[in-house]
Write a protein that binds this ligand. Structure first.
Ligand code: SF4
Length: 414
């Protein structure tokens, strides 16, 4: 069964028909806001998948591409508290004309909500071993590279080098290799490293809820997991082997993290794989559901734009700098509480401007290969870093714009 709601045809399954959500939806024919639907959806759905299954990629795309200037102006008027429908307008092609106004609003909202602080973080790659084939990644299983996983002594040497740069906040990264970098290894490393940092984030293979609980207990505060693309059919083209090829297991991962009680969940799509406008809509839909379901958790959004890497494909849907500015501002106008993060994938010039647009955390001095800060193994990097400045140089740039670089995340007091 299909019906039209706020311009989007929603597929209704038998299961959904039985839910209160659809009863409420059918009873409220005057509902005009897609955001309202998400509120209702979050109240009655046990996982994001149930919300996701109601949307069609092509119909969402059509809706975004048919947005008008009036829609964009309306969305700008709702800045700071915009609906998912407004978000569609803000990422639409016609909104590019309004990017300057979007930037000014985004800047004002961010200063009001976050003050003049930009948080600094750095990734520590613990391993490049991976059992998955992802067509865009240097660590892909089919890439003939030397594989290595840091042992405790090697990891501590890396930590020492990172601490010497001034960091008190770190992102631990691994590929997805259950035998070598499974939850036992991760728990051991978190316990080893935790005393040195006030905040530990992880970007590792999707885990079960009880495994996330172990890592949170060991000291992890934030878990980042990117869907890469919400285009279910084409997801299979990019993820041809390994556990990551299971689209739904990955889609369900933020729910497992939320149930495990993480302090923060980070979301994102790999910009350039598929149409970034549509992927960003689905990311916003995902965020909207999570915020209403796991309301004690904080959220961050990252903007990984597909970068060149050895043996990897180029972006299918390249995104210009101006479009990336549009997207950053759209997120801020959509949600004033979100942490927005920008990595060294982006150029020095772009990042110099982006800190004034709405970004609240930024990496610097990053190496994307394991053991490169202190052990100097010179393993293959996951992707090419574009901004190669030192953390101190990036901190100076931040200060020169009137912001204060902060090297730590948060302290758990109770
Ligand atoms: S993106 Fe992640 S899962 Fe895919 S090959 Fe790279 S490290 Fe492995």
């Amino acid at each position: 069964m299909k019906f039209l709601f706020s311009g989007i045809t929603i597929r209704v399954t038998k299961k959904v028909i039985e839910s209160n959500f659809v009863v409420a939806l059918l009873a409220n024919s005057k509902m005009e806001s897609a955001a309202y639907s998400q509120s209702a959806a979050a109240a009655v759905h046990s996982s994001f998948r149930e919300v996701f299954d109601q949307y069609s990629w092509d119909e969402v795309s059509e809706r975004i591409y048919s947005k008008t200037e009036a829609d964009v102006i309306g969305a700008l008027e709702n800045a700071g508290n915009a609906s998912i429908n407004d978000f569609m307008a803000l990422v639409s092609p016609v909104a590019l004309k309004y990017v300057e106004e979007m930037a000014q609003r985004s800047h004002r909202i961010t200063r009001k909500r976050f003050g003049n602080v930009i948080q600094m973080y750095i990734p520590l790659y613990l391993s490049n071993e991976c059992q998955n084939i992802c067509t865009y990644c240097g660590f892909s299983f089919d890439n003939r590279i030397e594989r290595l996983t840091l042992n405790e002594d090697q990891a501590l040497r890396e930590v020492e080098a990172i601490k010497a740069m001034g960091y008190d906040h770190i992102l631990l990264v691994t590929g997805e290799a259950n035998r070598t970098v499974g939850v036992d290894y991760l728990e051991k490393m978190v316990k080893l490293i935790r005393p040195q940092f006030s905040g530990i984030m992880i970007e590792v293979q999707p885990l079960e809820q009880h495994e996330y609980e172990r890592l949170i207990e060991a000291g992890v505060s934030s878990v980042l997991v990117y869907q890469e693309t919400y285009h279910e059919e084409n997801y299979r083209i990019y993820h041809t082997k390994g556990k990551k090829s299971n689209f739904h297991y990955r889609l369900d991962t933020p729910d497992r993290i939320g149930r495990a009680g993480a302090h923060r969940i980070g979301l994102g799509a790999l910009l350039g794989l598929e149409d970034w406008r549509v992927d960003s809509f689905f990311t916003a839909l995902h965020l909207d559901y999570l915020e209403k379901t796991y309301w004690k958790t904080k959220y961050s959004i990252s903007f990984p734009r597909l970068r060149p890497a050895v043996g990897c494909q180029q972006p299918n849907h390249p995104m210009s700098d101006k479009e990336l500015v549009q997207l950053i501002c759209a997120w801020r106008i959509f949600n004033e509480n979100l942490e927005l993060s920008l990595s060294t994938r982006e150029s020095q010039q772009f990042r110099n401007h982006a800190v004034k647009l709405g970004i609240t955390s930024i990496s610097a001095g990053s190496k994307t290969n394991p053991g490169e800060y202190a052990n100097h193994f010179h393993a293959l990097e996951q992707f090419e870093v574009s901004d190669g400045r030192s953390p101190r140089e990036v901190a100076d740039m931040i200060s020169s714009h009137g912001y204060e670089p902060v090297w730590k995340d948060w302290d758990k007091v109770f």
